[in-house]
Unconditional design. Structure first.
Length: 558
C-alpha cells in the first residue's frame, strides 16, 4: 500500500517538478492556505461587516419602533380628528339655532306694530268677573252705590250672584311724529258694559259698545303745549304725574264703578295743557254737560202761580228715545294746576282744580190759561278739588287721596248723587256736596298687589214749602219716609228718602300668575262694605248697607 501511495505521490509531483521555480513556489504557498495575517485581516473585515450589519439591524429595529409609535400616534390623531370633526359638525348643526337666538336677542325690544310711519300699540284684556252682593241691585259688573234697596223693596232681602265677561276691553294707541317737535297720539278703548235701554252720558258713555275713550292728542314739544280732543277721562280726574292722557290715578279695584268719593267722568272734551319748567303744569278744558236732578219740584210759586217744570226731553237722533236728556246751552269748564317734585327720593304729585257748571230748566207758569208764560232759568254752580299721588315707599307703597267740595258736583263723583234740586220759583238749585277718598296700594313683590280704600260723598239739604203748602226740594224733614222700613203696608206711608251720604271701605288683592312673552295672567279678590244714609223725614231716616265680594280672572295678551 505504501508503495502504491508513493507511486501516486510521485506521479503527482512529477509535473510540479517540471514547472518553473516561481510557479512552484507560488503553488506551494497556495496549497499551504492563507497566512495568519490574512486570516486576521479577514476576521477583522468580517467583524466590521457584522458590526455594520448589526448597526443596520439596530437602525431598522429603531425605525420600526418609531414607525409603530408614529402609526399609533397617527391612529390617535385620527381618532382625535374624527371626534373633533364630529363635535364641529354638531356645532355646525346648531349654528342656525344659535344664530337665530343671537339675532333675536339683538333685536330691539318693542311691543309695537308699525304701519305707514305710525307706531301701533294694542291693549286691553279678557276678563271674567264673579260678583256677590248681599242686596240685589239687578246690576252687572257696575254697582250703583246710591240705589241700594231699602227694606220696603223685595230686593232688600235678596242677595245676588253673577258671572260676567262684559268688563273685557280692547284698546289701540297710534303714535306718529309730524316733525321732531310735533307728536300725534290717537287712542281708542271700548268695553261691553253698556245697556241700550238705559244708555246715557251722565257720567260715562253707556252706549253699546261702550266707548270708554276715543281721542286725539297733539303735543308741541318745543312749546310745552298739548291739545286733546275727543272722549276721555275728565280733567277733574286725579293724575299720577303731570296732566296727561293715560296718566290718570284710577283706583285699582275690581269694581267697574270704582268707589264712592272718587271724582271722575269720561266724556267729550277739548283740553289745552301747558308744561312749565320746574314741574308745574296747567290745563283748561271744556267738557260735555249733563245734570242729575233730584228732590221734589214745587207745584205753585209763593205768588200762587201754577208751575210746570221741564228739565229735559226724550232723546232723538243717536240718543235713546226712552231716556230723558237734560237741557244745556253751555259746556262744563275745568281748570287745573299740577306740581311734581321729589321728596327724599319719593315722587310726589299734587294738584288742584276748579269746576264751573251751568244748569237750566224751563218754567211754565199758569199753563193752559190766559196768563201762561214760559221762561228759561239758568243757575251757576261749581266746585274745587285737591289731590295727591305719592310713592310713600318707592316701588313698594303708593298713596292717593283727594278732596272735592262745591255746589253741583254730583255726577262727577262715583256715587252719582244729585247735582241740583228745585227752588221755590222753579229754577234749579245746585246742591252742595263733599267727596273724599284715600287709598293705599302695597306691592310687596312683583307678583302681589294689595290695596285698601276708604271714601264717601255727602250732600247738604235744600228745601222749603211751596205756594200750595207742600214740601219741595231735597232732604226736607216734611217728606214722608214711613214706608221705607218695612214691606208691610203703612197707612199713608211713602218712601221719599233723599240720600244724605254714601260711604264705602274696600279691601282687595291682585296676584300675577304669569308675566312673559305671552302677556300677563292674574286674578283678584275684593271685599267692600257700602252704606247709604238718608235725611230724616216723617217716620225717620232709613239706612241700608251692602256687602260685595268680587273675583276677577284677567288675561292681558298685549
Amino acid at each position: 500500500m505504501k508503495t502504491i501511495h508513493l507511486l501516486l505521490a510521485g506521479c503527482a509531483l512529477a509535473p510540479v517538478i517540471a514547472q518553473p521555480a516561481e510557479a512552484a513556489t507560488a503553488h506551494r504557498r497556495h496549497a499551504a492556505g492563507p497566512t495568519s495575517a490574512e486570516l486576521a485581516a479577514r476576521l477583522d473585515a468580517l467583524a466590521a461587516s457584522n458590526a455594520a450589519l448589526q448597526a443596520r439591524v439596530d437602525a431598522l429595529t429603531t425605525a420600526l419602533a418609531d414607525t409603530k409609535a408614529a402609526a399609533a400616534k397617527a391612529d390617535e390623531d385620527a381618532d382625535r380628528a374624527a371626534r373633533g370633526l364630529s363635535l364641529a359638525q354638531s356645532k355646525i348643526d346648531t349654528m342656525p339655532a344659535v344664530a337665530a337666538a343671537a339675532a333675536k336677542a339683538a333685536q330691539p325690544k318693542t311691543d309695537h306694530l308699525y304701519y305707514k310711519g305710525l307706531s301701533l300699540t294694542l291693549g286691553g284684556y279678557v276678563d271674567m268677573t264673579g260678583i256677590y252682593r248681599s242686596r240685589n241691585q239687578v246690576s252687572d259688573d257696575t254697582s250703583t252705590f246710591s240705589k241700594l234697596p231699602f227694606a220696603n223693596n223685595p230686593l232688600h232681602n235678596q242677595d245676588e250672584t253673577r258671572i260676567s265677561g262684559r268688563g273685557s276691553r280692547v284698546s289701540l294707541k297710534a303714535e306718529g311724529d309730524v316733525s321732531k317737535t310735533i307728536h300725534l297720539t290717537g287712542y281708542g278703548e271700548v268695553d261691553f258694559l253698556g245697556a241700550a235701554q238705559t244708555a246715557n252720558n251722565n257720567e260715562t258713555s253707556s252706549y253699546n259698545p261702550r266707548l270708554r275713550q276715543g281721542w286725539l292728542n297733539v303735543d308741541f314739544a318745543d312749546a310745552g303745549i298739548s291739545v286733546l280732543a275727543g272722549d276721555g277721562w275728565s280733567l277733574a280726574t286725579l293724575n299720577t304725574s303731570g296732566i296727561k292722557p293715560l296718566g290718570e290715578a284710577i283706583p285699582n279695584v275690581l269694581e267697574y264703578s270704582y268707589m264712592p268719593g272718587f271724582v271722575y267722568a269720561r266724556q267729550g272734551e277739548v283740553r289745552v295743557t301747558k308744561r312749565f319748567a320746574g314741574g308745574l303744569t296747567v290745563a283748561g278744558a271744556v267738557e260735555n254737560p249733563a245734570t242729575l236732578v233730584g228732590g221734589t219740584a214745587p207745584t205753585k210759586s209763593i205768588a200762587g202761580d201754577a208751575l210746570t217744570l221741564t228739565t229735559g226731553a226724550a232723546g232723538v237722533t243717536a240718543f235713546n228715545s226712552a231716556n230723558t236728556y237734560t237741557l244745556h246751552s253751555a259746556p262744563d269748564v275745568i281748570v287745573k294746576a299740577a306740581y311734581d317734585t321729589k321728596l327724599a327720593e319719593r315722587n310726589v304729585h299734587v294738584e288742584a282744580f276748579g269746576l264751573y257748571r251751568q244748569f237750566e230748566d224751563e218754567v211754565t207758569r199758569n199753563g193752559a190759561t190766559s196768563l201762561a208764560s214760559i221762561s228759561k232759568q239758568t243757575t251757576e254752580g261749581g266746585a274745587v278739588g285737591v289731590g295727591v299721588f305719592a310713592n310713600v315707599v318707592p316701588k313698594l307703597l303708593d298713596l292717593q287721596a283727594s278732596f272735592t267740595s262745591g255746589a253741583g258736583l254730583g255726577r262727577y263723583a262715583a256715587s252719582t248723587l244729585s247735582d241740583v234740586t228745585y227752588r221755590a220759583d222753579g229754577s234749579l238749585k245746585p246742591l252742595k256736596e263733599t267727596a273724599w277718598m284715600v287709598g293705599l296700594t302695597l306691592r310687596p313683590t312683583p307678583q302681589w298687589e294689595l290695596y285698601a280704600y276708604d271714601g264717601a260723598e255727602a250732600l247738604d239739604a235744600s228745601n222749603g214749602v211751596d205756594g200750595a203748602g207742600k214740601a219741595f226740594g231735597y232732604g226736607s224733614p216734611l217728606f214722608n219716609n214711613a214706608q221705607c222700613f218695612t214691606i208691610a203696608p203703612v197707612a199713608g206711608g211713602a218712601c221719599t228718602a233723599n240720600l244724605k251720604s254714601v260711604s264705602q271701605a274696600s279691601l282687595g288683592v291682585w296676584r300675577k300668575l304669569y308675566v312673559g312673552n305671552y302677556g300677563r295672567f292674574q286674578y283678584g279678590l275684593a271685599y267692600s262694605y257700602t252704606k247709604d244714609r238718608t235725611f230724616g223725614g216723617i217716620g225717620g231716616a232709613p239706612t241700608v248697607d251692602e256687602n260685595i265680594i268680587m273675583t276677577s280672572i284677567r288675561y292681558y295678551p298685549f
